[in-house]
Design a protein around this ligand. Structure first.
Ligand code: GDP
Ligand code: IMO
Ligand code: MG
Length: 423
């Protein structure tokens, strides 16, 4: 079985939690795009793991893979491996594989990301992890790949071709080009390359072979649908394709092999960084979502912007991903609100829309049309099955399911594994 899991909104929907929950049924869990801009939180009892690169299926028996469509900062990966090992979790090449063609985030990508962002009049609010510039190099065929960093001579060979254009790009943007050929940094990358060398594999081959053998594979998306570089709210997006089809092209597996596509949908909406968010709240309800939902970016610590559930954006996510099911997360966060609102359409220039306009500046001009449902006060975090939810919460979930037209397969009422049930 091949399942693809993606975020349906602007990221941080709870992908990490749901992947961890599902991983026991999968032989392989594969990250297919993005880099350490992602922050996926997995909570097991008292332990909280914030993973940026290692797929969230790591804690169970599945083998986890980082696919060639990702961009990888080797230092962040090495720190993550150290963090897991300190917690008593051993990372071996049997457990983790990295595709040989994975693009490496170099120090100059991070430098260029910072310089470009500070030179923008209207910011994107990137995570400054060098993501966009690493993807530019992938497309321009100027990347350094995983396989290139394991020997000093191969890395120096690659850099001798790339360095002049990187140095002049940094100089042109008013930065210090010293980071491009910094000797200590190059040696450090070679050390990291040697350390990570044993993990190198061919992800497409592994995934296709596993599927041939009747094994189960889960593709773990990063970011969210509306941060997709092609279909998202440009320019306020990330630099990779975050939707389900991207799992096939980035892993190297045919679309005929896909069995399920699960959308992770937060019961409200959040966004980190700039860009339109039609239901954004600046009132007490917004503060409630922020405080109770602990809405701070996992990677940057920035406060996440919060708003009511936005159906037009989720409808678009359903089209873009072809969801066969949905996991609805953070329903517990809505407890204590007098009424809960869902945006069922937008008002734009006197017209009511039930689907987002294609142009980002028009999304930014939309004002939400709401349907109000009664709230509830009960704490949901100990609820173990759907029928034990208070009536108002059940009605909220059922109404969302009806409006989305896609079955809600999981309901999540807390960060822990046990705080999840089937609907
Ligand atoms: P991801 O990027 O999609 O993996 O999501 P993040 O891990 O960045 O953000 C989701 C946050 O919500 C994490 O801190 C999770 O532990 C937490 N979380 C996930 N599901 C639930 C839930 O149902 N209720 C609550 N209260 N927290 C949750
Ligand atoms: P997970 O996987 C939320 C946002 C950034 C910024 C934009 C571009 O945890 O859901 P980038 O550094 O990618 O060039 O920044 O994308 N962004 C995320 N927002 N969750 C994420 O990942 C994100 N990854 C990138 O805040 O607005
Ligand atoms: Mg996150």
């Amino acid at each position: 079985m091949f399942t693809i899991l993606t975020g349906a909104q602007f990221g941080d929907e709870g992908k990490g939690k749901i992947v961890d929950l599902m991983a026991k049924h999968y032989d392989l869990v594969v990250r297919f795009q993005g880099g350490d801009n992602a922050g996926h939180t997995v909570t097991v009892g008292e332990d909280v793991y914030k993973l940026h690169l290692i797929p969230s299926g790591f804690l169970l028996d599945s083998r986890v893979l980082i696919g060639p469509g990702t961009v990888l900062n080797p230092e962040v990966l090495a720190d993550e491996i150290d963090m897991l090992e300190k917690g008593g979790i051993t990372v071996t090449p049997e457990k983790l594989g990295i595709d040989a063609k994975t693009s490496i985030i170099m120090p100059y990508h991070i430098e260029l990301d910072g310089l470009r962002e500070s030179s923008r009049k209207e910011k994107i609010g990137t995570t400054k992890r060098g993501i966009g510039f690493a993807y530019i190099d992938k497309i321009a065929r100027d990347e350094v790949q995983m396989a290139d960093i394991s020997s000093e001579s191969s890395l120096l060979d690659r850099l001798s071709e790339l360095a002049p254009q990187k140095e002049s790009a940094i100089k042109d943007m008013g930065g210090d080009p010293g980071c491009v050929m910094d000797e200590a940094a190059i040696l450090h990358y070679v050390e990291l390359g040697k350390r990570l060398g044993p993990y190198i594999t061919d992800v497409s081959y592994e995934v296709n072979k596993a599927l041939d053998e009747g094994k189960n594979v889960l593709a773990e998306g990063a970011q969210g649908t509306h941060l997709d570089v092609i279909h998202g709210t440009q320019k306020f997006v990330t630099s990779s394709s975050t939707i389900a089809g991207s799992a096939c092209s980035n892993i190297g597996v045919g679309p005929t092999r896909v069995d399920e596509v699960l959308g992770i949908v937060k019961a409200y909406i959040t966004r980190v960084g700039e860009g339109p968010l039609p239901t954004e709240l600046a009132d007490e309800a917004g503060q409630h979502l922020h405080d109770v939902g602990q809405e701070y970016g996992t990677t940057t610590g920035r406060p996440r912007r919060c708003g009511w559930f936005d159906l037009p954006l989720v409808k678009k996510a359903i089209y873009l991903n072809g969801y066969t099911g949905v996991a609805l997360t953070k329903v517990d966060v809505l407890s204590g609100l007098r009424s809960v609102r869902m945006c069922t359409g937008y008002l734009l220039d006197g017209r009511i829309l039930d689907y987002p306009p294609e142009i980002t500046s028009e999304v930014a001009r939309c004002t939400p049309v709401y349907e109000d449902l009664p709230g509830w006060d009960d704490d949901l975090t100990n609820v173990k099955e759907f029928n034990d939810l208070p009536e108002a919460a059940r009605k909220y979930v059922i109404r969302l399911e009806e409006l989305m037209g896609v079955p809600v397969e999981y309901v999540s009422v807390g960060p822990g594994r046990e705080q999840t049930f089937r609907k």
